[in-house]
Design a binder for this molecule. Structure first.
Ligand code: GLN
Length: 482
């Protein structure tokens, strides 16, 4: 019999519900797997052993009693440690929140659990989701399961690595400028950032509210759909969610997709990456009636500057709440001096977070607001106009998710600008609110390459059709030796 930890979400739920195997058996296998590979990968901040077993037993009981066990009955999910889980520490990989235990579940977590899913642990990340490698974590670096001397991408590196290393079946990450898609690409798994407003952010610790969305990761497109169908849809606790409760399916094979290959993304990529992406485009063209043309997105040259201006501006304001001070009327102890107290409290942030707070405060300051922040906002409209025009001609736009291959741990950590540059292909979707996903495209020098697929707002179904078509034709999915 195949190891239960290799199954996809649909297979796990079906197996548990038909009593082919129990949720408990499956969870025990996963916990054993975690024990074996975690010393190498370090994908988890917290493993939720005991509660996971209890929940599995409760699911098994429901099945035995003939009750509804849910669409994701028994499915083990890792949850990025910036998404609130009731009773389970949610640290944001920061010293600042080292001891924080949320009194409530994020909407996405609640919906997953209501559908029978089991939170197997909290996944590692860059502190407050600021980074592209998971190196900026109080909990230590997560390593890429394909080569543990390399970064897994970030900031949802623990999420992607735990899925790739078969330590869970699916995961939740957050994507402010690429944090679901970047690690998905580097770890050869599927990761999806939905249209802004499709998924509730209630219970997500804010980094840059106007850019970010929670998104699913899995080993297959079908895994992403299984999770998306449970978590997507309006939430009264997040008024930025759009109305309704959409569902997606991979039943109908889409024919004649019009694909645009974004020239600027290809030109900026490492030749080894570009080669894999050209091959991926050829694979798509080989499918019934699909066409692929070069498309141009000229204002992409302003995207990174705009992103890092807006993201840091929002971060500086969001992170102001971590001040160790709550309410009161002059409760200052003898000798209290506000400046030194505040400085001490704020010293609990790591270097990268401090850098962002400083940059963000600067671009918002009165003399510079118009020069930086306002300009950055104008770039958003420009990009959106250009993309809207392209989506009149094309159903989807494709390119590399990441311009380079997974690099060595430590390689870029001392050079923030080099680090920021790797986000060039992913930030466009966040600035414009459009959906984008990364699917495994193949390997170069034995290292994963991800294909990014973008679609127009709320056209997730079209994006998933293209992803599924590619996945079925290219057959690149496999797991690393660990
Ligand atoms: N790497 C980008 C940043 O550091 C994106 C992070 C994210 O999407 N959370 O801001």
């Amino acid at each position: 019999m195949v190891a239960l930890y290799t199954l996809d979400a649909g297979q796990v739920a079906a197996g548990v519900k038909s009593r082919e195997f129990s949720a408990e058996e499956y969870i025990y296998q996963l916990l054993e797997r975690i024990e074996k590979v975690e010393p190498k990968v370090n994908a988890f901040v917290t493993v939720n052993n005991k509660e996971a077993i209890d929940r599995a037993r409760a699911i098994d009981k429901k099945v035995r009693d003939g009750e509804q066990a849910g669409a994701l009955a028994g499915v083990a999910v890792s949850v990025k440690d910036n998404i609130c889980t009731k009773g389970i520490k949610t640290t944001c990989a920061s010293r600042m929140l080292e001891a924080y235990v949320p009194p409530y579940d994020a909407t996405v977590v609640k919906r997953l659990q209501d559908a029978g899913a089991i939170v197997i642990g909290k996944a590692n990340l860059d502190e407050f989701a600021m980074g592209s490698t998971t190196e900026f974590s109080r909990h230590g670096t997560t390593r890429n399961p394909w080569d543990i001397s390399r970064v897994p991408g970030g900031s949802s590196g623990g999420s992607a690595a735990s899925v790739a290393a078969l330590e869970c079946t699916v995961s939740l990450g957050s994507d402010t400028g690429g944090s679901v898609r970047c690690p998905a690409s580097f770890c050869s798994v599927v990761g999806l950032k939905p249209t802004y407003g499709l998924i509730s952010r209630y219970g997500l610790v804010s980094y840059a509210n106007s850019l970010e969305q929670i998104g699913p990761l899995g080993r297959t497109v079908s895994d992403a759909v299984s999770v998306l169908n449970v978590i997507a849809g309006a939430d009264e606790n997040d008024h930025t969610t759009a109305g309704g409760k959409p569902t997606y399916s991979l039943q109908e094979r889409k024919k004649g997709l019009r694909v645009g290959l974004v020239q600027e993304f290809i030109e900026g990529a490492d030749p080894a990456v570009a080669k894999v992406i050209h091959k991926a485009a050829d694979t798509l063209v080989g499918q019934e009636g699909c066409t692929c043309e070069q498309a141009s997105l000229a204002s992409v040259q302003y995207a990174l500057a705009s992103y890092y201006t807006i993201a840091t501006a929002e971060a500086s304001s969001n992170l102001a709440r971590y001040d160790n001070v709550r309410y009161g009327f002059d409760l200052s102890p003898e000798g209290y001096e506000w400046n030194s107290y505040f400085a001490k409290a704020r010293s609990n942030f790591g270097e990268e977070v401090k850098r962002r707070i400083i940059v963000g405060s600067y671009v918002l300051s009165s003399g510079y607001y118009g020069k930086y922040y306002l300009k950055a906002q104008q770039v958003r409209s420009l990009l959106k106009r250009e993309l809207k025009a392209l989506f009149k001609k094309y159903d989807v736009l494709i390119g590399p998710t990441m311009p380079i291959l997974p690099f060595k741990i430590g390689e870029k950590i001392d050079d923030p600008l080099k680090m920021y540059l790797v986000d060039i292909d992913t930030v466009v979707a966040n600035l414009t609110g459009m959906p984008a996903m990364s699917v495994p495209a193949g390997f170069a020098d034995g290292l994963p390459v991800g294909l990014q697929i973008m679609a127009d707002e709320f056209q997730e179904q079209t994006m998933l059709d293209a992803a599924y078509l590619f996945e079925q034709a290219a057959k690149v999915q496999r797991s690393p030796e660990l």
